[in-house]
Design a protein around this ligand. Structure first.
Ligand code: GLN
Length: 200
């Protein structure tokens, strides 16, 4: 059966993720309501502004249901702001900013600083076969530290941010600091869809 993957559609680059998921032969649906969450086999949390998505999650009464679904094993993939929302701990968040959690990591918001606010880099991502992945970073977080339950999938390979952790996984939850959805490369989405298929 074709799995259904939700894209949290409160703010951010929702359409780009929908397009990528459709390329990976799953049914992609926007999620704004708790009942819409109930029918998905996986959830993508897009890039955007994590503090805004956090506020909207609470306004739409989705924060707790989504947090519970992820804790109960719903596969989840977050890019950039989505990574922040899936981290158990966040540094440099706005006052009162909360995260859903799911990844035993500490992320630093807007970590790369003003000089390298946005940049692109080629990097190896574990589980992604073939050529290095062309990663696009836009006011991105990095993973400051990884707890024992999470696994590093990728780091920046060169330049001022060399060695910084930018892709992580814990069980059915994966996250990238960069935005695979705005490239033409669907390999990271395929890794996630594989997790969804194994689980559904
Ligand atoms: N800086 C944003 C945040 O804190 C993330 C940026 C992005 O998703 N491109 O959520």
């Amino acid at each position: 059966m074709t799995p259904t993957v939700g894209v949290l559609a409160l703010q951010g680059d929702v359409r780009e993720h929908v397009r990528m998921l459709e390329r990976c032969a799953v049914r992609a649906v926007p999620v704004r309501r708790e009942r819409e969450l109930g029918v998905v086999d996986g959830i993508v949390i897009p890039g955007g502004e994590s503090s805004t998505i956090d506020k909207l999650l609470r306004a739409f009464e989705l924060f707790e249901p989504l947090q519970k679904a992820i804790r109960d094993g719903l596969p989840a993939f977050g890019s950039c702001a989505g990574m922040i929302l899936l981290a158990d701990r966040v540094l440099d968040g706005i006052e009162g900013q909360q995260t859903l959690g799911g990844l035993d990591v500490t992320v630093r918001r807007n970590a790369f600083g003003r000089q390298v606010d946005s940049f692109e880099a080629e990097l190896a991502v574990e589980g992604v076969e073939g050529a290095p992945f062309h990663a696009v970073f836009i006011r991105a977080p990095w993973v400051e530290s990884v707890g024992p339950q999470a696994q590093v999938l990728g780091t920046v390979s060169a330049g001022p941010a060399a060695g910084r952790i930018v892709a992580v996984r814990q069980g059915r939850v994966i996250a990238t600091s960069f935005h695979p959805e705005i490239t033409d490369d669907d390999r990271v989405h395929r890794v996630f869809v594989e997790i969804v298929r194994e689980n559904s």
